[in-house]
Design a binder for this molecule. Sequence first.
Ligand SMILES: NC(=O)c1ccc[n+]([C@@H]2O[C@H](COP(=O)([O-])OP(=O)(O)OC[C@H]3O[C@@H](n4cnc5c(N)ncnc54)[C@H](OP(=O)(O)O)[C@@H]3O)[C@@H](O)[C@H]2O)c1
Length: 245
Amino acid sequence: MHGPGDVLLSCARTLKDLQLDYLDLYLIHWPFPNFHPPGCAVDSRSPDAKPYIHADFMRTWRQMERMVRMGLVRHIGTSNVTIPKLKLILRDVEIKPACNEMELHPHFQQSELFKYVVENGITPIGYSPLGSPNRPERDRTPEDTSDLDDSVVAGIARRLGIHPAAACLKWGVQRGNVVIPFSTKRRNILDNLRCVTGKPLSAGDMKALSGIDRNCRLIKGQVFLWKEGQSWEDLWDVNGEITPA
Ligand SMILES: NC(=O)c1ccc[n+]([C@@H]2O[C@H](COP(=O)([O-])OP(=O)(O)OC[C@H]3O[C@@H](n4cnc5c(N)ncnc54)[C@H](OP(=O)(O)O)[C@@H]3O)[C@@H](O)[C@H]2O)c1
């Protein structure tokens, strides 16, 4: 979908598949165009892998803007971008991202990026809001921590008589982001919807949850690495500037 003319093709196909006339929100999933087959191993690398190239990203963004002008899409957004990338993107867009999808759960709060996104009038969407407890083995590392087993999360849940998942979702929504929990079970889907319309967490519980950040990124994106000898941190511009090619 990052090639010339590809966004219209992808979008038209999605509309046909969903039998819709327009989409409310359409995102660029990753800022890297690299193809990898679904379900591939974590050490799989694409021979066509490329770093973030701003001019290439903007060519794709121009096509996203065209989808809005054509009435096929109401809003467009980014996902898995960093502050240095967003700064360039916001400098050059004609239509601003309405939303930015980013990993957000109590053990990975991304406070700096969260603040930057909100201050720029972009709605943060938090993915893996429960800490993706059932993610495949390939997406796990020994350092990963578990939000649902955290003693603060579990303690609040126990006291309020709710599931630890509900404590994580309430925290996200009250902090000011959209939460998109995934579930295969009707009961969990209903609980997840109900909990964010029920009684909010107290200021004290919100403060306690804001204190358990472990900077634990779960979706590291290894398959997007573009050259030998890199580590996944290179995808996330941890030094405050876009990692050089
Ligand atoms: N933009 C991106 O790059 C990106 C990356 C990752 C994920 N995402 C999106 O974010 C969404 C959620 O992320 P995720 O699936 O990684 O993680 P998640 O929503 O944090 O966790 C989902 C898991 O939690 C369980 N669960 C859900 N509700 C529960 C409840 N009330 N009680 C107990 N367990 C519960 C589910 O199991 P059951 O099925 O058994 O309920 C499911 O396996 C996905 O749909 C995906 O589209 C986007």
